[in-house]
Design a protein around this ligand. Structure first.
Ligand code: TRP
Length: 341
């Protein structure tokens, strides 16, 4: 039965929407923890490129395709274990099939309560639009159902996500419970895993690093571009020689997110001793550049060999379908979509 899974190992699954170029905030918040987890032998891990999800916002085919390659290359270059299953959502059609089956088990009222949908409505109301649903497509509305299909298809019990996605994982749990109650035990109820100590990085302007603020440092920027961006990071008007507070400094936050505890203590000391902003920027650039040099090389190699990345994704998809094909058969049978004889 679908319900059974080996409970001595966790099944960890997470998705990344293919809407942009990974930045160092994504790296410390999501990529690095997932890469570490992928090497944990007591868990089976699934990481996928949520390209269907990207269609909710993007109308730009080239951007989706480029982002897919960039994100896959970033994960691989950052050291994702070859044991982990890395695949593209749209290469696993069973997910889409399950999404419809789950749609029919999902209360519309549940979707009305989704934060992302409610925020879109609130924006329309705030800007005085007569139609509160203006610009909202059904993809946005049904987004949590597709996400539930992603998770339930692979019987994941642990789903690492950012805080903004907790509600979606809870909805997946709700939907799974409702299905199990109606059709019999079929799905594993997933749980969100929110890393408490995942660093949130400040961006160039001091606000949270985010694509929507346009203040990011792309993870694998070329050396020159990386230097230029670090030189642009906002500081205050304190002079060299003035003692400075590391805990309110973006430069320090970024440094610390990449360094060991001992290294960051040394820099902390330099702040108290009045290191100048120019000097600190140089230190940060050199430090980051050193850390990123090797993975950047690998990233560039992968970006220049899309055929190779594609072949890895195809291997991932066939591994994933090894799970999803038999399981969708059970699910179809459970809801009555079955052969007559
Ligand atoms: N919605 C997630 C995000 O924007 C991406 C995602 C899609 C996802 N499907 C998922 C995350 C399934 C975890 C599990 O970050």
């Amino acid at each position: 039965m679908g319900m059974q899974r080996d409970t001595s190992v966790d099944t960890v699954l997470t998705g990344i929407t293919t809407t942009g170029t990974p930045h160092i905030g994504n790296y410390v918040g999501a990529i690095r923890p997932a890469v570490i987890a992928s090497h944990n032998s007591s868990a089976t891990s699934f990481y996928f490129l949520a390209d269907y999800h990207s269609l909710v916002k993007s109308g730009d085919p080239a951007k989706v395709a480029t982002s897919t390659l960039e994100i896959a290359a970033s994960w691989i270059a950052s050291g994702l274990s070859p044991e982990a299953t890395l695949y593209r959502q749209s290469d696993v059609p069973e997910i889409m099939e399950l999404a419809w089956i789950l749609t029919c088990m999902t209360a519309k009222g549940l979707m009305n309560r989704a934060h992302a949908y409610k925020a879109a409505i609130a924006d329309n109301e705030a800007s005085g639009n007569k139609d509160p649903d203006k610009g909202i497509n059904m993809g946005l509305f049904c987004y949590p159902v597709l996400m539930a299909a992603d998770i339930l298809m692979f019987k994941a019990n642990k789903v690492p996500v950012g805080k903004d996605q907790i509600q979606h994982v809870e909805m997946a749990r709700d939907i799974a419970g409702r299905f199990n109650h109606h059709y019999g035990e079929t799905f594993i109820l997933p749980e969100a895993v929110v890393s408490q100590n995942a660093a949130v990085l400040p961006g160039l302007d001091g606000r949270k690093m985010s694509k929507s603020y346009g203040n990011t440092i792309p993870l694998f920027s070329e050396e020159k571009a990386l230097r230029k961006m670090i030189m642009k990071i906002k500081t205050n008007s304190q002079e060299p020689g003035d003692p400075k507070d590391p805990d309110i400094s973006s430069l320090f936050s970024i440094y610390r997110a990449f360094s060991s505890e001992e290294e960051s203590l040394l820099i902390r000391q330099q702040y108290l001793e009045g290191i100048g902003w120019g000097e600190m920027k140089k230190t940060l650039f050199e430090y980051l550049n050193e850390k990123l040099k090797e993975p950047r090389k690998e990233y560039k190699r992968l970006m220049s060999e899309p055929d190779y990345v594609e072949s890895l994704l195809q291997q991932g998809a066939s591994k994933a379908r090894g799970v999803s094909q038999p399981f969708i058969g059970e699910i179809r049978a459970a809801v009555g979509l079955r052969s007559l004889c």
